[in-house]
Design a protein around this ligand. Structure first.
Ligand SMILES: [Zn+2]
Ligand SMILES: [Zn+2]
Length: 464
């Protein structure tokens, strides 16, 4: 068996790992590299492997840094199966269509900038073709990926449909099992089930995004949300929440629903101002079978789980006109709008309208990368640039880390401990999906406990 690390190696985006086994090649994930447009443009055009030599893809989840290059792989000639959970397939349909649109915009920008035609990485038709190659599976269903190699998905607890993967085959009369964590979520996250550690693996590829950091608790985040909304409404202001349209938005809606239900926040309008979030919420409604039956809110809506995303105060704005009308209306409200890092989308219009108003609260619930407007808001700069206009930042800024979809250092260790305990033949741990600092710190933390881990460099390979 040979492993090749072709993306999310010593960094967090572009997830792509090759497994060469039984004379076949399986690709785990085919994610987009994200970051500065000029830097990632070339990187994304180099495919992880010769396209005619990849036999199948097994996909961990629908996030763009894991699935975002699949349409390009197909555009370049890949005709094999792409295995994923059913919810991941449904989310890919929504998210990759959006990604194709962004690719077209990026190409337009680069064409103007470089004054020579730049072709988009892929278009909507490539997404359509790709979807026909997707093979959906249930969690825990064992299926054949290539002759002699089987795979099973288990809950990763990260976003709807997210999975950890085990590949299994016979070698020299022995059963071999390779584990891939995918992105590991947190216990207690709203809606989705808790992560389920893999069992009985020989080798493990494991994410390490927050190998150097702990988050506040999920429970604490809900309490902070209640406090922030109550304070802002008392001032007569708006709560603006930039959030990823898929996952974070539905979790916030779910928690706000619970807080309304418990009478812990005032009954003000809650506006979901994002077409992508509206579509993604429909995918949640179609996949209620994956919801966490252990949660009180899920139990109390067991009759019709799609009602979790329907309550009196909640409005999904169907178009820009409704969005503008709501923006102009008076009075306190909660607005959830993309993008998560405040780089584009309708959140910008809301900031233009309300960031200069000291009654407003801007609530940051996700990681804000360098060079993004979101990061400048977290840093509480005196003014921010929106659509080319410099506007004063007089709004209050609050940051909640409890809504992270990623396990923190303590949770990663607990997950790993559970895997190791159930794996008598465990031999190698390869850390992927982490920046250098986070990985080096995590390796040191593990070494102090007598656990050896490697963080493979991009392009490197190992044979076992
Ligand atoms: Zn993810
Ligand atoms: Zn990821």
């Amino acid at each position: 068996m040979r492993l090749q690390f072709q993306g999310a190696a010593r960094e967090v985006t572009g997830s792509a790992h090759l497994v060469h086994v039984n004379g076949r090649t399986i690709l785990l994930d085919c994610g987009l590299f994200q970051g500065r447009r000029s830097e990632v443009q070339e990187k994304n055009r180099r495919l992880p492997y010769a396209v005619d030599r990849i036999d199948a893809v097994v996909l961990s989840h629908a996030h763009i840094d894991h699935a975002g290059r699949l349409p390009y792989l197909v555009k370049e000639g890949f005709r094999g199966a792409i295995h994923a959970t059913t919810a991941t397939r449904d989310l890919c349909e929504v998210m990759l269509a959006d990604s194709a649109h962004i690719q077209e915009k990026d190409a337009e920008f680069l064409t103007r900038h470089r004054k020579s035609a730049v072709e988009p990485l892929y278009a909507l038709r490539d997404v359509s073709t790709m979807l026909t190659q997707m093979a959906p599976h249930r969690y825990r269903e064992r299926f054949e990926v290539v002759p002699g190699v089987h795979a099973t998905f288990s809950d990763a607890g990260h976003i709807l449909g997210s999975a950890s993967i085990v590949l299994e085959w016979e070698e020299g009369g022995r059963r071999r099992r390779l584990g891939f964590s995918g992105d590991i979520g947190r216990s207690g996250l709203p809606i989705i089930r808790d992560p389920e550690p893999l069992t009985d693996v020989d080798w493990l590829l494991m994410e390490s995004t927050y190998g150097n950091r702990d988050h506040t608790s999920v429970e604490g985040a809900r309490d902070d949300l209640a406090r922030i909304v109550t304070e802002t409404v008392a001032r007569g202001g708006r709560v603006l929440i930039p959030a990823f349209a898929v996952g974070r938005t539905q979790e916030l809606v779910y928690d706000l629903h619970q807080l309304v239900h418990e009478g812990r926040i005032p009954r003000v309008p809650i506006m979901i101002d994002s077409p992508l979030a509206t579509k993604a919420t429909d995918v949640f409604r179609d996949n209620t079978g994956d919801f966490d039956r252990g949660e009180a809110m899920v139990q109390s809506h067991a009759g019709d789980l799609s009602e979790l995303f329907e309550f009196d105060q909640l409005r999904f704005t169907p178009d820009v006109e409704h969005s503008k009308a709501l923006m102009r209306s008076n009075g306190p409200m909660i607005v959830i709008a993309a993008s998560g890092m405040v780089e584009s989308g309708r959140i910008l219009h809301h900031l233009l309208h309300s960031a200069g108003d000291p009654r407003t609260t801007i609530l940051i619930v996700g990681f804000q990368a360098e060079h993004t407007l979101g990061r400048r808001i977290v840093e509480q700069r005196e003014s921010i640039k929106v659509f080319g206009d410099e506007i004063p930042l007089r709004a209050r800024v609050e940051v909640l880390s409890g809504y992270s979809a990623h396990a923190d250092r303590t949770e990663l260790q607990a997950w790993l401990d559970a895997v190791r305990t159930s794996s008598p033949r465990f031999s190698d741990l390869f850390l992927v999906h982490g920046e250098r600092d986070a990985q080096d710190a995590f390796i040191a933390t593990l070494a102090a406990r007598g656990i050896r881990a490697a963080a493979p460099e991009p392009g490197s390979s190992v044979t076992r």
